[in-house]
Design a protein around this ligand. Structure first.
Ligand SMILES: [Cu+2]
Length: 270
């Protein structure tokens, strides 16, 4: 009798534990996702809202979208966007992908956009969108956005191939600190004003350097970023000092080596 009681008791405890685990998982979601609202547009009673992790800037930006009718998420069939910059004599897009359901928090759709130019006197950015509802209704609209300039994007031209332009994006660290950091780059090229494919089969030559003045300077420990697909290159870097650093990046392709792209930025003390 006592044995049965113990078994029952441990079963009860186990299910309580399970319940705890399950409810922890349920109570949301993405505690480290801190988003700022960017803009929102309402079409036919459906509100499409854009959120981001930081002010939008040149280089890589994670976008989080909500599609809501009233105050609740609206189920949709498809969601596509096109970022466009209107300039005086021409217009162009930028490297981006379309929003897909954000698995970590399904009230959002997520995509990435790499802005190659800041907003300003040269031109302005809008994102046009097309959302298809479950009943097949197409909701289309345009959302103006402001893109700030940053140090995280550079471009170089391939003199041996019609001056084809390549965009090198500093993806990580977004906020460099002394000690260890992931070191990630994105590489894209431009086929047309609307098409900016990722360059996934290159090798990078990277050199971090700190100028100490008076002709003195030094590098630091790092591992060279290697291709991971979709234009992504991943390595790491261990900054030995805080202060101003430069990092040159050279893209080496099968038949060609591009000129050096240079990033200059501050490393904060940890
Ligand atoms: Cu432009």
């Amino acid at each position: 009798m006592k044995k049965l009681y113990l078994v029952l008791r441990s079963t009860a405890m186990l299910s309580m534990l399970l319940l705890l685990v399950v409810s922890c998982k349920d109570t949301d979601s993405t505690p480290d996702l801190e988003l700022i609202p960017v803009n929102s547009v309402t079409v036919d009673g459906v509100t499409i809202s854009l959120f981001a992790e930081k002010e939008i800037e040149t280089g890589a930006n994670d976008f989080y979208w909500k599609v809501e009718e009233g105050n609740s998420s609206l189920e949709i069939q498809s969601f596509s966007i096109t970022p466009m910059m209107e300039m005086a004599t021409m217009s162009h897009s930028t490297p981006y992908n379309d929003p897909a359901l954000f698995e970590e928090n399904k009230s959002y759709y997520h995509n990435m956009a790499v802005f190659i130019m800041p907003s300003g006197e040269m031109g302005s950015w809008t994102i046009s969108f097309e959302v298809e509802t479950m009943t097949g209704k197409m909701l289309t609209g345009e959302m103006p956005i402001e893109v700030n300039s940053s140090w995280k994007l550079t471009s170089v031209r391939d003199a041996n191939n019609n001056n084809k332009v390549y965009f090198i994006t500093w993806l990580s660290p977004q906020k460099p600190v002394s000690g260890n950091n992931d070191l990630k780059f994105l590489v894209h090229t431009r086929e047309t004003m609307m098409s900016f494919p990722a360059v996934s089969d290159a090798e990078l030559i990277v050199y971090p350097y700190m100028d100490m003045g008076g002709g003195q300077g030094h590098s630091t420990d790092f591992t060279t970023p290697v291709a991971k697909g979709n234009g992504m290159y991943e390595g790491d870097i261990n900054y030995s000092m805080s202060g101003v650093w430069t990092t040159s990046v050279q893209v080496v392709m099968a038949n060609d080596t591009l000129p050096e792209a240079m990033f200059e930025y501050s490393v904060l003390a940890k």
